[in-house]
Ligand binder design. Sequence first.
Ligand code: GAP
Length: 507
Amino acid sequence: MNQEDKFKNVISHAKEYGFVFQSSEIYDGLSAVYDYGQLGSELKNNIKQYWWKSMVQMHENIVGIDAAIFMHPTTWKASGHVDAFSDPLIDNKDSKKRYRADVLIEDHIAKIEAKVAKEVNKAAGRFGESFDEAMFKQTNPRVSAYIEKIQGIEARMKSCLEADDLVGIKQLIEDEEIVDPVGGSRNWTDVRQFNLMFSTEMGSVAEGANKVYLRPETAQGIFVNYLSVQKSGRMKIPFGIAQIGKAFRNEIVARQFIFRMREFEQMEMQFFVKPGTEMEWYESWKKERMAWHLSLGIPASEYRFHDHIKLAHYANAAADIEFNFPFGFKELEGIHSRTDFDLKQHEAHSGKKLQYFDPESNESYVPYVVETSIGLDRMFLATICHALQEEKLEDGSERTVLKLPAILAPYKIAVLPLLKRDGLPEKAREILGDLMQDFMCQYDEKDAIGRRYRRQDAIGTPYAITVDHQTLEDNTVTIRDRDDLKQERISIDEIRRIVQSRLKVNQ
Ligand code: GAP
């Protein structure tokens, strides 16, 4: 199956089994807005808990908050979002499609990178074990020309974006003969900036309407509360504040399902450090966040770091953790060294001191900040894209299985009476009543047992407990593992301990 079909499968599977629905679908939907269904909200909650546990519970010096979505409008002036939170947009005059100009260029670079990868793969096959990739890239004329071209385009894009040179960006698109991915035309408008913040009005008109914004990142709620948290929690630098919450962006190009949405959720952590130590912390958080992703069992080859070509207005270093989505490697999480930009700006705009008194060095300073910021919806998408598999079994049959990390699966256990009679449903419900106090469980007695196993495979339930006639005699059940399909006979008293220990191993 090609990657495009695989992605279509993910979207239809997510809908069919109640993970993700188009928002307001009965009215033909609202562009780039989605609702999470009964299984999707469980998966999403489990991702949140897994992140919160590793960031807040497992770190003595990180605490969590829950700030409001609406903030004083000056917040966004101070943070630079009113003036600078915009994307360069370009329209194609023939197809009438709208694009982010920088994304068009990045996609063009990705195509050249794919050509490099193809040549490298071919050569690796030819030369076998003795293949030296770095040497090949340097010496093969075609490949080195591709690499030089990529570097040239990246350098031009960086300097144009940094200088806000929109004419230069259009020129780059024209020079590279980049065509509209939909219509194939090169009939482009000029490039212009488009602010991504949504705004609304607070207060009645009589009182004087006041423009407020829907926050485009959760981070500012942390910055404006940092001193209150530090003082009330007696936090000592270095320390972190974490938050999970909604963010809103009026994205120009909102395609690819829940990858780029207009309403989404972020899991962010701001780590406050002594000025001058931020680069050490930046490197340390890059490592720690990558380790978090790998702890979920997805192979390292599916992730990579990507240093930002253009740094955001607040950063002195920034990298993305990219995931290999069916549409290519794309940003999943950002790690940013944000300097003291935000806190200094809030000091200037509020007139309040936001300095930290360091009892160790006896000095006051505005801390520097290293941020980790992951999109919850993107993490959901990465997880489900990797998990959804079509498998051929030993007996020749096929199954659709969602191999979610067990700790994230919506239901942990399915309780299934083998037959709908002979007292088996009653016994199964007794077991269910006990297990559901500790685990999300599902009971199913409809259809043949094989079909019920397939239904649980499709929603990613890692363990199925089957109650049969032997259960009534000796209080044992079978436990079936979703991934290796092995079935073991165990005592009912042991179910809880066994499932708990397997969930830990998978963590
Ligand atoms: N506070 C820093 C910040 O917001 P960002 O790189 O703009 O940085 C962080 O966003 C993460 O939020 C991204 O890595 C991505 O996972 C997620 N994200 C950003 N825009 C998104 C969108 N429109 N839809 C879904 N997720 C998004």
